[in-house]
Design a protein around this ligand. Structure first.
Ligand SMILES: [Zn+2]
Length: 221
């Protein structure tokens, strides 16, 4: 229960703080100095006591527990449903992951096969390249030999031509020399014949001279 109230002055309506112990006493307004007797009715009645708590019956307890259990059951069911859904999602994801793994394994196998094939092709390409290199070398060698043969052929032809020209020159020179020799030989023969003729004449003169002197020269000539 309150022990004071703020009540208005009956005259000027100024709010005045009045204690409960002043009930029946005369008070003066602090503002207008009006005096009045404080009445008990001015104070509000004490609040009604709270009703005694209703006794809780066993049925109510059971009902409350049931309700609580139902709530709990709903929560558990919800959680279970969520868990089942989650589990189903997980299983689905797991399956997808397994399928992806299988695909990855297949791709890896294909990649390995492709790499093996690629390696084989690379080896073949290397072999072909080596053969091509060998062919190139042989072609170079062949070309070099062809050039050498052409060079030797040309040299031989040049030499043969030179030799032929030399022979022709030699032959010409030989003919000239022979002609000169024949001419010289003829001149010498003529000279010798002239000498022989001169000697015969001298011999004839000498023989006649000897015969005139009475000497017989036995020589037959
Ligand atoms: Zn007053």
């Amino acid at each position: 229960m309150v022990d004071h109230i703020d009540m208005p002055c009956p005259k000027c309506r100024q709010l005045l703080r009045v204690r409960k112990q002043h009930i029946g006493h005369r008070l003066a307004c602090t503002r207008c100095k009006h005096t009045f007797v404080v009445k008990a009715e001015s104070f509000p009645p004490p609040p009604a006591p709270a009703p005694p708590p209703r006794p809780v019956s066993e049925t109510d307890t059971l009902k409350q527990r049931l309700s609580a259990l139902e709530t709990e059951l709903r929560q558990v069911r919800g959680a279970l449903a969520a868990s089942a859904s989650c589990e189903s999602e997980t299983a689905r994801q797991l399956q997808e992951a397994q399928q992806e793994l299988a695909q990855v394994a297949t791709l890896r196998e294909q990649l390995r096969a492709a790499l093996s094939e690629s390696e084989k092709l690379r080896t073949q390409a290397r072999t072909l390249q080596e053969k091509a290199d060998r062919v190139d070398r042989l072609e170079d060698e062949l070309r070099a030999r062809g050039e050498e043969i052409a060079r030797l052929t040309q040299e031989r032809e040049t030499r043969e031509k030179e030799e032929k020209e030399h022979r022709a020159r030699e032959a010409e020179k030989g003919t000239e020399e022979r002609a000169a020799a024949q001419k010289e030989s003829e001149e010498r023969r003529q000279a010798l014949e002239a000498e022989v003729a001169r000697c015969r004449r001298e011999l004839s003169i000498l023989r006649r001279t000897l015969q005139s002197l009475g000497i017989v020269f036995e020589s037959g000539a």
